[in-house]
Write a protein that binds this ligand. Structure first.
Ligand SMILES: [Zn+2]
Length: 343
C-alpha cells in the first residue's frame, strides 16, 4: 500500500500562475482586453464552452474553446442586444470578467461570465454553439458542464476551468453584503466583492468537506449507498465539516453517524476543489476500530465492506457503479485497490 498523497486529481491541475498581484492593477481587465495575446474562456451556470461539439456519451478529448478578447466581447454582447450600452464607452462590466491568471509570457487568461439572459441553453447542458470569431466567420463549440468534462480536460485547462466555475457560482449566489444587505461591487478583477456602505470585503466561500476511504483490519474498504443515489451507485463516505470541528473529527463523526462504524487513526491523503457549488474535498484514509455496520437509513441506505476481489467482481458484473473519474472518491478507492478499476 502506498501512503503518499493523491496526485494529479483532475480538477486540481493547472500550469498557469494565478498572478494574484495583477488583480490590484487599475483597469487590469481593460488592459487585458486590449491585448491580442489575451485568451478567454466562457462560463455560465457551471457550464463551459468547449472547442468541439462532443458526442454526448464521449467527452474524452474535451478542450476548452479559447476565445480572443474580441470574440469574447461578441459572445457577451449577444446577451444584451443592440440597445445595450457599448462597452467601448462604459468600459468592461466588472461583473462579466474574471482574471484567472497569466501565462509565462505575460499573456492574461480571463473568463467571461455569460449572464442568465444569454441565448445559450442553461445549466451547462450539452448543446451546439456557434461562436463568431474575428479570424473566421464562425466556429462550432459545445456547451458542457465542468462536472461532466472536468476529468477529460487537459491539465492546463482543468484548473482554470475549475477556478472560473467556482468564482462564477460565488458571484451568482452572493451579490449582496452579508452584513447589511446592500448590493456589493466586484473588486480585485473578480476575486472579491466590496460593500460601499460599511466597507466590508467579501471573498469566495469554500466549504470544507471530508471524504474518506475507511479500511478495517482485514484491509477491506467501507463503501456506502446513499438514499439519494441511483441503484447500484456506491462510494466512499463523505460529509461537510461542521462549525468548530476539525477535519479529523468530522471524518470520525460522519462515519459513525452514517454507518455506526468507529474510526481510529485518520491520515490526510489529498484534496480536490469541487465547485458544485463551493466545496473543497479533503481526502483521508481512515482506520476502522469496529466493523458492525448499522446505516442511519436517512442519508445512507446501505453500507458494506468490500474486499478487493469482491469489489472487482461487483464492478465487472455491473452490481456496483463506482464514482466517476473526475472525483477524489474514485481516486481514494483506486489508491486502496492498488490500480485503476475498469468500469
Ligand atoms: Zn454592507
Amino acid at each position: 500500500m502506498t501512503s503518499h498523497a493523491l496526485a494529479d486529481l483532475p480538477l486540481a491541475r493547472s500550469s498557469v500562475a494565478r498572478a494574484a498581484q495583477l488583480r490590484e492593477v487599475p483597469d487590469v481587465i481593460a488592459h487585458a482586453l486590449a491585448d491580442t495575446r489575451t485568451r478567454v474562456l466562457a462560463v455560465r451556470d457551471g457550464g463551459l464552452l468547449l472547442a468541439e461539439a462532443e458526442a454526448e456519451a464521449d467527452v474524452t478529448g474535451a478542450v476548452l474553446r479559447w476565445l480572443d478578447a474580441d470574440a469574447a466581447r461578441d459572445l457577451l454582447a449577444a446577451a444584451d442586444g443592440p440597445d445595450a450600452p457599448h462597452a467601448a464607452v462604459t468600459g468592461p462590466d466588472p461583473e462579466a470578467w474574471l482574471l484567472l491568471g497569466a501565462e509565462d509570457d505575460g499573456a492574461c487568461v480571463l473568463a467571461v461570465r455569460l449572464p442568465d439572459r444569454h441565448p445559450l441553453p442553461a445549466r451547462g447542458e450539452p448543446a451546439d454553439v456557434l461562436v463568431h470569431l474575428p479570424d473566421g466567420p464562425v466556429a462550432r463549440g459545445s456547451w458542457r458542464s465542468l462536472r461532466t468534462v472536468g476529468a477529460a480536460l487537459p491539465a492546463h485547462d482543468a484548473g482554470l476551468a475549475t477556478a472560473a466555475v467556482a468564482l462564477d457560482t460565488w458571484h451568482d449566489r452572493h451579490p449582496r453584503c452579508p452584513r447589511c444587505g446592500t448590493p456589493t461591487r466586484v473588486a480585485q478583477a473578480g476575486w472579491s466583492r466590496v460593500c460601499d456602505v460599511d466597507g466590508s470585503e467579501h471573498y469566495p466561500r469554500t466549504d470544507p468537506a471530508v471524504i474518506m476511504a475507511v479500511v478495517d483490519d482485514a484491509d477491506r474498504l467501507l463503501l456506502g449507498h446513499a438514499t439519494a443515489w441511483q441503484a447500484g451507485r456506491w462510494s466512499t463516505l463523505a460529509g461537510f465539516v461542521e462549525a468548530g470541528e476539525s477535519a479529523e473529527q468530522a471524518v470520525r463523526r460522519e462515519v459513525h453517524e452514517e454507518t455506526g462504524v468507529l474510526v481510529g487513526d485518520v491520515e490526510y491523503a489529498g484534496s480536490q476543489p469541487w465547485p458544485f457549488p463551493g466545496s473543497l474535498m479533503l481526502g483521508f484514509r481512515a482506520r476502522a476500530t469496529s466493523t458492525l455496520v448499522q446505516v442511519d437509513g436517512v442519508e445512507m441506505a446501505d453500507a458494506r465492506w468490500f474486499t478487493r476481489d469482491g469489489l472487482a467482481s461487483a464492478v465487472a458484473s455491473g452490481e456496483v457503479l463506482l464514482p466517476g473519474p473526475t472525483s477524489i472518491a474514485r481516486a481514494l478507492v483506486e489508491q486502496w485497490f492498488g490500480r485503476p478499476i475498469a468500469g
